[in-house]
Design a protein around this ligand. Structure first.
Ligand code: PEP
Length: 244
């Protein structure tokens, strides 16, 4: 890890309710005692939990993020959507954009680019997800795919200091599979060369078993964790093991 902080970002996806938030008491206690200047923890719950979680995280060092937002810069007749101003107003500092689960629902690079631009204008930091499919990996197109996602997604964004990139191979998400350590190292190096000065995280099936391998990849600045972040004990164990 080359960085001051190691990021641990919890993506709860479409899981969780008010009761689930109680399970975070463990994490809050753990973080208070843990090497504070070494980790940056960010929770991204579904939007129904942003406000109650913001209350819970007040006076902790844990930050809040949303999982997506509408691309618009203003308020409007967009049933079921929330914009980046609303996310900022509820107390969140981050928003995940470009997640493959939303790309699969039809989000393309130019839509993601608009979301990123307007979210930055609202004062949010971006967790920008990129990644290749298994088919693209087999065809050795990974770098080409990532390169396109980066240049389209970050088009006309000069100041990238509020953008964290999460490399998430689609085939690794929720599958229990991860790329080889050497592959992740190569890809992170490639991304960092393309977006100078960026922090780059790895995401996709991070768990208590593979964290020993993942933590040895020196250019990774942290992890975006889905499934394993929904269980506080597992999440804490992954953080502990990263530093053991
Ligand atoms: C994700 O969806 O961002 C993710 C990393 O999921 P999982 O850890 O469950 O593979």
């Amino acid at each position: 890890m080359t960085n001051k902080y190691t990021y641990f970002i919890a993506n709860w996806k479409m899981f969780g309710n008010l009761k689930t938030l109680n399970s975070l008491n463990n994490v809050i206690t753990f973080v208070k005692k843990f090497k504070k200047n070494k980790i940056k923890l960010i929770y991204c719950p579904p939007s129904t939990l942003l406000s109650p979680l913001n209350n819970k995280l007040k006076s902790t060092s844990i930050d809040l993020g949303a999982q997506n937002c509408h691309q618009g810069d203003s308020y409007g007749a967009n049933t079921g959507q929330i914009n980046s101003h609303m996310i900022k107003a509820v107390g969140a500092k981050y928003v995940i954009l470009g997640h493959s689960e939303n790309r699969e629902l039809g989000e393309n690079d130019s839509l993601i680019n608009l979301k990123i631009k307007n979210s930055i204008k609202s004062g949010l930091k971006i967790i920008f997800c990129i990644g290749e499919s298994l088919n693209q990996k087999r065809k050795k197109q990974t770098k080409k795919v990532l390169s396109n996602q980066i240049s389209q997604g970050l088009k006309k964004i000069r100041n990238k200091k509020n953008i964290i990139i999460a490399y998430e191979p689609i085939w690794a998400i929720g599958s229990g599979l991860i790329p080889k350590g050497t592959e992740i190292f190569e890809i992170i190096k490639f991304i960092k060369k393309k977006v100078r000065g960026s922090k780059v995280l790895y995401g996709g099936s991070v768990n208590i078993k593979n964290i020993n391998t993942l933590k040895k990849i020196h250019n990774v600045d942290g992890f975006l964790i889905g499934g394993a972040s929904q269980n506080s004990k597992k999440f804490i164990d992954i953080i502990k093991k990263t530093f053991n």
